[in-house]
Write a new protein. Structure first.
Length: 222
């Protein structure tokens, strides 16, 4: 796997507003965060946290195609998908783009603008190379190395949205050197958001639930 590239976008935008946060679901239609039934010709894109803008491009620019979780028409050919996390949605100072752990992404982005002499931090972005012919789901993970897992947990959606065999995942993670206390925290979060990064014996791991119920575990490129 190629090393991820990092880009920094600085837009000179006086008075620019952050992208609107996804509207709250109605009381009669509770939000569903797990895998939906994915018809032919469709793909599903989600994120942790949820409610983020999705762009079918290599940059978090232009008009988004919607907010996560999102079922949309599959791109006609493999290409980039970018998910953008605004500062307001993160709920605090954004981590530096170099801190983002999800090495299954291809590129990280940092977006801001200048208000006179003041640099204003707006958002972070993750771009993935997406091939709908081989994979019809994507979960963008904005977890940072410097954030404790117990604190990161508050950015996961509520509920038990993803199904998998806990015992099999526990055994796999333990075999890769993930501490038991981290596994105990991770399993409920995987059920809630479908993706998580954990420290293993040989570096960071990214666990992601698949529609089949399998949990794939990727290791960081060396």
């Amino acid at each position: 796997m190629k090393d991820r590239r990092q880009t920094r976008i600085v837009a000179v935008l006086c008075g620019a507003a952050l992208a609107a946060i996804a509207a709250a679901p109605s009381k009669n239609s509770p939000a569903r965060y797990g895998f939906p039934k994915i018809p032919p010709g469709k793909v599903w894109i989600s994120s942790v946290p949820v409610g983020l803008d999705v762009y079918l491009s290599a940059q978090p620019q232009g008009k988004s195609v919607g907010k996560t979780p999102l079922l949309l028409d599959a791109p006609k050919k493999p290409g980039p998908v970018t998910v953008s996390l605004p500062k307001k949605k993160y709920g605090g100072d954004l981590p530096d783009q170099t801190e983002l752990i999800d090495f299954t992404s291809q590129t990280t982005h940092s977006v801001g603008h200048r208000d006179g002499d003041v640099a204003v931090d707006l958002s972070r972005g993750l771009t993935y190379q997406f091939d709908p012919a081989s994979k019809r789901t994507l979960i963008a993970l904005f977890q940072a190395r410097s954030v404790e897992l117990s604190d990161w947990a508050r950015r996961y959606p509520p509920g038990r949205n993803f199904s998998f065999r806990d015992d099999a995942v526990r055994k796999d993670l333990a075999g890769r050197g993930v501490p038991t206390v981290q596994i105990d925290l991770a399993i409920p979060l995987l059920h809630r958001g479908g993706k998580i990064a954990l420290p293993g014996a040989d570096g960071w791991l990214v666990a992601e639930v698949q529609p089949s119920g399998e949990v794939t575990i990727a290791t960081a490129p060396r």
